[in-house]
Design a protein around this ligand. Structure first.
Ligand SMILES: *[C@@H]1O[C@H](CO)[C@@H](O)[C@H](O)[C@H]1NC(C)=O
Length: 206
């Protein structure tokens, strides 16, 4: 799915039940998209309505055992996909019992950009997530009073792990954006009262 808060809630939910998420670049189509799903040996694909045409293009080449879950209103445009919204309405709302994952278990796969050949999946464990996000938290002196503007794609390390990790681990507010805009950068920072300027001040002496 494109950059949206739901994506983050999916990782969290998947991690809680011990499933590994594969964070796939939403710009990929056809051969490279299929490759990423196959490389992760995905047992299911969760996609939002804006990605339905891209999933429809590759759905015939996926193994029969790979389930498709569609999130969004209305009729699902991909044959064989199940509406997640309907399933969620019928699902229990209580928190799963104790976490079944360990600190060193895999939490998700993040892909290389694929500029030289097809994207390759890099393994992220819970401990690696914690380590990377904590390093940046320390380095920039962020607190739970900070508001971090983080307009990059959520499927990449910089946003998904280093950025979102600030919210998960340290309570920093993170502003995400559907699509990066260089011309809108500072306007957004002002609009959302971001403290990024603080980060620039931390870096200046270097
Ligand atoms: C930003 O701060 C101003 C002044 O405190 C406040 O009025 C405004 O609601 C804040 N904006 C957001 C998006 O929180």
């Amino acid at each position: 799915m494109e950059n949206r808060p739901d994506l983050v809630f999916y990782w969290m939910g998947l991690a809680k039940i011990g499933a590994i998420g594969a964070l796939i670049n939403f710009n990929l189509r056809e051969k490279s998209l299929l490759h990423c799903v196959q490389a992760a040996q995905a047992q299911c694909v969760v996609f939002s309505e804006e990605m339905a045409p891209a999933v429809a293009d590759i759905s015939r080449d996926l193994p029969m055992s790979c389930s498709l879950y569609y999130m969004g209103g209305g009729q699902c445009p991909v044959v064989g996909a199940v509406s997640l919204d309907l399933l969620l309405k019928k699902s229990p709302t209580f928190t799963p019992p104790a976490p079944i994952t360990k600190f060193t278990d895999r939490v998700f796969y993040v892909y290389t950009s694929g500029t030289t050949g097809l994207p390759k999946a890099a393994i992220f464990s819970h401990s690696r997530f914690y380590y990377m996000a904590s390093a940046v938290h320390r380095m920039l002196g962020l607190t739970d009073q900070d508001i971090l503007y983080d307009p990059l794609p959520l499927y990449h390390t910089a946003e998904g792990i280093i950025g979102m990790g600030q919210a998960f681990l340290w309570g920093t507010t993170v502003v995400i954006k559907k699509k990066f805009s260089a011309s809108g950068f500072w306007d957004d920072c002002l609009k959302y009262n971001c403290t990024v300027l603080k980060v620039v001040q931390v870096w200046r002496p270097l």
